[in-house]
Design a protein around this ligand. Structure first.
Ligand code: C2E
Ligand code: MG
Ligand code: MG
Ligand code: MG
Length: 280
């Protein structure tokens, strides 16, 4: 009897695994089509300079309008794109579109693009970024590349070399989701970051019992950013009280649903040309 149970458990896992493999294959094929067929699009989430209450730029976030599955968010397909290597083509598409969009905005607005750790391991990231800038004629200083800690974890020496080359192109580098990993502090010392994006879990803690601790942590990150001449952005600002806490402790920038959800390009461009741009 135990044997039978063991076998059926095994069969259960095997069929579940098959299903996952088939599912991944399907998404992979679909993603290849999506890259050709205009199913991907970008949304732009505004970033604000807190002291001036003006828009400083936007983060480009990829979405996939799948023909049968509906709207897919990056968390449901980036990992598969990474496993299959399609991330390079996807990211090229994102870079070109985001740089093209930003080249139409006022000169003081930046665009941020998220990079995958895989891009530091495969293909020539520096050449790809240079090409996107040349093709779109965007001033390099207006492109910010968002990098998470995983990049430094994978191969820290190679990552540093690539980041230094990216800096030579003139682009900005920011450390995304700061505070969620293990060695964020030592990375800030070693790698040429221009900006820190405080992970939204710390901002969420501004609401609730852990508030005093959250304020202390955020203040110390802001102090660190100031000492290292880095811009500090708070992610995931969802309320007026979070924004006023951040203003009080002199955080540079804020991004989040309270200030603006990710918008279509048209909506974002309306936002930056409207007279009400000064106030969220
Ligand atoms: P991220 O870079 O940390 O992006 C911020 C995420 O937080 C976005 O989710 C955004 O919509 C969401 N967000 C913004 N404000 C708020 C808020 O006030 N509250 C809450 N709860 N969430 C907020 P999204 O668009 O689903 O992106 C998820 C992740 O997918 C991104 O995290 C980024 O790591 C990745 N991603 C997005 N676009 C790309 C891309 O083009 N390339 C690569 N490699 N990764 C991307
Ligand atoms: Mg990001
Ligand atoms: Mg982030
Ligand atoms: Mg993230």
């Amino acid at each position: 009897e135990a044997k039978a149970a063991g076998r059926s458990t095994w069969q259960f896992y095997a069929s579940e695994m098959n299903e996952r493999i088939v599912n991944r294959r399907k998404i992979e094929t679909d993603l290849r089509n999506a890259l050709r067929g205009g199913e991907l699009f970008l949304q732009y989430q505004p970033r604000y300079t807190i002291s001036r209450q003006t828009v400083s730029g936007a983060e480009a976030l990829v979405r996939w309008q799948h023909p049968t599955r509906g709207l897919l968010m990056p968390d449901s397909f980036i990992a598969i794109a990474e496993e299959t290597g399609l991330i390079i083509a996807l990211s090229d598409w994102v870079l070109h579109n985001a740089c093209t969009a930003a080249s139409q905005w006022p000169d003081d607005l930046q665009v941020s693009v998220n990079l995958s750790p895989v891009e530091f391991q495969r293909g020539d990231l520096v050449a790809r970024v240079r090409h996107a800038l040349e093709a779109t004629q965007l001033a390099p200083g207006r492109l910010e590349l968002e990098i998470t800690e995983t990049v430094m974890l994978k191969d820290s020496v190679a990552a540093l070399q690539i980041m230094l080359q990216l800096k030579r192109l003139g682009v900005r580098l920011s450390m995304d989701d700061f505070g969620t990993g293990y060695s964020a502090l030592s990375y800030l010392r070693t790698y040429p970051f221009d900006a820190i994006k405080i992970d939204r879990s710390f901002i969420a803690d501004l609401q609730g019992d852990a508030k005093t601790t959250a304020v202390a942590i955020i203040e110390s990150i802001i102090g660190l950013g100031r000492a290292l001449s880095m811009t500090v952005t708070a992610e995931g600002v969802e309320s007026a009280s979070q924004l006023s806490d951040l203003a009080r402790i002199h955080c540079d920038e804020a991004q989040g649903y309270y200030l603006g959800r990710p918008h279509s390009l048209e909506q974002f461009e309306r936002l930056i040309t409207s007279a009400s741009l000064a106030r969220p």
